[in-house]
Design a protein around this ligand. Structure first.
Ligand SMILES: Cc1cc2nc3c(=O)[nH]c(=O)nc-3n(C[C@H](O)[C@H](O)[C@H](O)COP(=O)(O)O)c2cc1C
Ligand SMILES: C=C(O[C@@H]1CC(C(=O)O)=C[C@@H](OP(=O)(O)O)[C@H]1O)C(=O)O
Length: 379
């Protein structure tokens, strides 16, 4: 079983992810992990903190000569803005944050809550996902996250193969598939900043190269759609998750929703074994299992909670009304969230791959993958 936990406070010494169950024999490269960390720090609309941090991963355990051993891997991303011991408490809880409920639930400070609930923690979730991508690569599986809506404005994705889409995404400062829309979206973010307000949006992740049968129909907690929904929903500020057509499927008749099945023998050697769908409204999942089509997951992110023009709150000492506390904040982090969602999805796919093909070593997984493709072709 491939899984991970994280530790660390936003302004503490370090962030860490402990990845357990990662197969042996994967040659690791830290450069692509650092590249994901760099992307997560970027996107238009982020605040002052990102000018302080330059996130780099340290792989502390679980490797020998850059190759994984099958033992637990500890990933670390140290905080440059380490100042936790010097920081004071916040007097007034910020609406939209864990501040009020957390300080009541744990009978303690707001500081003690916000330090852990902060999205700073996603740096190591991204590191774990980027590590998982190095397990997906030998199987030809790629994950691409991009922004499809920001501040209520739809950004129509272009069509194309993985490389075309990735090039477009990497050219966009918004991380959308349509760099031509950057200018007007950036203007919206500037306006929100000027007004002391914040913006949210929608991102989509597409996973290509998936074989049949990751996940299972057989037990609720191993259904891949459920696992993906949990991983994505657990990202700070994500308030909705859709697979494929998502909520729209509820509004249409079945004839316009379900993807017909065709067979093309000349493509039987592909991961989809020649079973072609003219549409992909299911988003690559049926019955909690991958069905050979690209996986499509969408996530909705609410606007940043901390407003430069603060909302009404209460002083927890006096119980008197007062504006919510404000230190500094992002105005829009939808682009960054697209990187996070891409990487948490990649991790869940890698976990499902390990479940299906065994998690001891990469070479055994590859042999079992080939065997399964052959057996399923002959089914
Ligand atoms: C990449 C990213 C950056 C964020 N930056 C901020 C920020 O600068 N200020 C803020 O108030 N909230 C920020 N958030 C959102 C809060 O962390 C989040 O809304 C809060 O912890 C409450 O959790 P919930 O929205 O999941 O309920 C960010 C979220 C993400 C994903
Ligand atoms: C540090 C990151 O995001 C932070 C997420 C965050 C929050 O409340 O979630 C609040 C801000 O932190 P600070 O209060 O230090 O400015 C963001 O910068 C990061 O993504 O690396």
């Amino acid at each position: 079983m491939l899984r991970y936990w994280t530790a660390g406070e936003s302004h503490g010494q370090t962030l860490a992810a402990l990845v357990d169950g990662f197969p042996a024999g994967v040659e690791l490269d830290t450069a692509p992990i650092d590249e994901e960390l760099r992307r997560r720090q970027g996107g238009y609309g982020r605040g002052g903190r990102q000018r302080i941090e330059t996130d780099k991963v340290l792989i502390r355990t679980g490797i020998w000569r850059s190759t994984t051993l099958g033992s637990p891997i500890l990933l670390e991303v140290p905080n440059r803005d380490y100042k936790l011991e010097r920081l004071d408490d916040l007097p007034r809880p910020r609406p939209g944050h864990a501040d009020l409920t957390g300080s009541l639930k744990y009978l303690g400070s707001i500081r003690g809550i916000l330090e852990r609930s902060s999205a700073r923690e996603t740096a190591v979730r991204v590191a774990a996902g980027a590590l998982a991508k190095q397990l997906l690569a030998p199987f030809g599986i790629t994950a691409l996250g991009y922004v499809v809506e920001l501040g209520g404005e739809r950004i129509e994705p272009i069509e194309g193969d993985y490389q075309t889409l990735r090039t477009a995404r990497d050219q966009s400062e918004i991380y959308s598939l349509n760099p031509d829309r950057d200018a007007d979206i950036k203007q919206m973010i500037d306006q929100a900043r000027k007004a002391g307000d914040t913006l949210g949006g929608v991102m989509e992740v597409r996973v290509d190269g998936l074989p049949f049968g990751l996940g299972t129909h057989a037990q609720w907690d191993r259904k891949l759609d459920g696992r993906l929904a949990q991983a994505v929903m657990a990202v700070q500020a994500i308030k909705g998750v859709e697979i494929g057509m998502g909520f729209e499927a509820a509004r249409l008749p079945g004839s316009q929703v379900h993807d017909p099945i065709h067979y093309d023998a000349s493509q039987a050697d592909k991961p989809h074994l020649g079973y072609i769908r003219p549409s992909n409204n299911a988003g690559g999942l049926e019955g909690g299992m991958t069905n050979g089509m690209p996986l499509i997951v969408r996530a909705a992110k609410k606007p940043i909670s901390t407003l430069a023009k603060p909302l009404a709150s209460v002083n927890l000492e006096t119980k008197e009304p007062d504006a919510a506390s404000y230190e500094r904040s992002d105005v829009c982090a939808v682009s960054a969230a697209s990187v996070i969602v891409e990487n948490v999805v990649a991790f869940e796919i890698a976990a499902a791959l390990v479940d299906k093909f065994g998690g001891d070593s990469l070479s055994e997984m590859q042999a079992r993958y080939e065997l399964f493709q052959k057996m399923a072709q002959e089914r």
